[in-house]
Write a protein that binds this ligand. Sequence first.
Ligand SMILES: *[C@@H]1O[C@H](CO)[C@@H](O)[C@H](O)[C@H]1NC(C)=O
Ligand SMILES: *[C@@H]1O[C@H](CO)[C@@H](O)[C@H](O)[C@H]1NC(C)=O
Ligand SMILES: *[C@@H]1O[C@H](CO)[C@@H](O)[C@H](O)[C@H]1NC(C)=O
Ligand SMILES: *[C@@H]1O[C@H](CO)[C@@H](O)[C@H](O)[C@H]1NC(C)=O
Ligand SMILES: *[C@@H]1O[C@H](CO)[C@@H](O)[C@H](O)[C@H]1NC(C)=O
Ligand SMILES: *[C@@H]1O[C@H](CO)[C@@H](O)[C@H](O)[C@H]1NC(C)=O
Length: 495
Amino acid sequence: MQMNPVSKLALWLILLGSVLVSFAELDYGHCERVVKKWADSSSSSREEHVINKDKRSLQDLLFFLHVPRTGGRTYFHCFLRKLYDSSEECPRSYDKLHFNPRKEKCKLLATHDDYSLMAKLPRERTSVMTIVRDPIARVLSTYEFSVEVAARFLVHPNLTSATRMSGRIRKNNVISTLDIWPWKYLVPWMRQDLFARRDARKLKGVVIIEDDNPYDMEEMLMPLHKYLDTPTAHDIIHNGATFQIAGLTNNSYLSEAHEVRHCVQRYKSLGQPVLQVAKRRLDSMLYVGLTEEHRESASLFANVVGSQVLSQVVPSNATAKTKTTKSESGSGKSEIQNGTSEVALSKMDVKSGNMTVKTLMEVYEGCISHLRKSQGTRRVNSLKRIYPANFTRGTRTRVPNEVIEQIKSLNSLDVELYKYAKEIFAKEHELVSKNLVLTSKRSIVDLPNELRSVFGEMNDEKLWKFVSLALMLLLLFLFFLFVNARRRKTSKVKI
Ligand SMILES: *[C@@H]1O[C@H](CO)[C@@H](O)[C@H](O)[C@H]1NC(C)=O
Ligand SMILES: *[C@@H]1O[C@H](CO)[C@@H](O)[C@H](O)[C@H]1NC(C)=O
Ligand SMILES: *[C@@H]1O[C@H](CO)[C@@H](O)[C@H](O)[C@H]1NC(C)=O
Ligand SMILES: *[C@@H]1O[C@H](CO)[C@@H](O)[C@H](O)[C@H]1NC(C)=O
Ligand SMILES: *[C@@H]1O[C@H](CO)[C@@H](O)[C@H](O)[C@H]1NC(C)=O
Ligand SMILES: *[C@@H]1O[C@H](CO)[C@@H](O)[C@H](O)[C@H]1NC(C)=O
């Protein structure tokens, strides 16, 4: 049988195609096994143990799994640092290179490291807390922050000098943003990009920037939609919360994490087992906050975590906290510092047993307003260098709808996880409010400090007076209604 060249080619193509398809299937099968194996080992009895135990009681070590750009910094500076002495903090929490948590007798570990760090911690004696944020806001904030930190380096005449400078900062033994995952990848990358664009502008001479949309300003910085589709963003940003809680980030301690993550990134359906593991872990956490529900989250933290830390404090001779204040100089320095001198109330009050949940909240409020102010100033100063690009509260409305959809689709696991975190939060919030009300029916005098603070200075007698007054008013009101109704009836009869 003779074949014409076209049908020969077609036959070859079909053959080649089927070979490729079976390779892909093989790869899919392999990936499926890899992910399943990981999921099985991640939901083993060892983890169930934690879930079954009372997850609400604070253990010896508090592990704050800080998902980047969720507002965790305010929790670290304004809650945790007020509750724990610096000597109780695991050394260099945010720097994975330099510590062995098993060896240290520390009580607080705040880090961007992912859940795989748990393998190095005394699991049964560790409570985990985290904060989850709407993935769209988290991704936008990650973009803006990468730009903001990178733009600080534009004070330097060229990239060589900027890079040398940050190397010098690192040697000074302070934690810099550039040491911390994920910024240690995102910032140098963005910095290089900003310098390249600046050099290009210099070569061109006068550049007129017409569009004032900061998310799409090619001459000044990498546009958002391009940023989202880079290998780096895929490696580090998308579904970042799910991967971090699952312990599968690019920064994981688990050797098989990278293969699992790559499989999930290649085959969307394999994301489900990962999502399930992340959900179970949220279930077992001592505390899950929501960036969006800022006030309620802070209050839940104070009541659930804060109260327990405070009740564990043994009143002792007050010793002033030795603060390690590091001076700020040059660009690119730590984001972790400078939360130091906000509010006069500090460790003294905790150690003397004088701090209650109410005062803790007051300290927190004062602290965050200070922190936000200094962050705001820093941001404005940094973004000046890429004028007219500027990110403010209002600018996010400039992100086109299709880019928002792009973010949603690239972060579909995080979208699901966020939904789930909201359910957990609603339940916990209700439970804590209900507990506060229930306990109030018993004697107020028996209440622990934190609950007493909710009811202010009311004592039993006052409460009783209040209740009887309310009852009397209610009776009066009913009586009034009754009289009124009768009167109407009688007037009808007259007509
Ligand atoms: C970068 O700037 C430094 C400091 O001004 C200068 O000494 C150096 O020659 C510059 N390097 C390049 C490649 O332009
Ligand atoms: C993590 O991501 C960065 C940026 O994409 C990359 O340079 C680095 O090699 C990755 N690390 C691992 C272990 O995959
Ligand atoms: C408190 O300080 C006093 C005097 O400085 C000392 O005698 C006492 O042992 C201290 N108590 C504690 C619990 O450290
Ligand atoms: C750090 O905090 C100190 C004390 O509040 C303040 O004077 C200083 O300006 C802050 N530095 C930065 C860079 O925010
Ligand atoms: C506790 O607070 C009260 C009132 O603010 C103060 O008088 C007292 O000295 C404080 N106690 C300690 C041990 O600091
Ligand atoms: C950027 O926006 C902020 C807030 O609106 C403003 O204070 C700041 O001056 C702006 N920066 C520049 C360089 O225009």
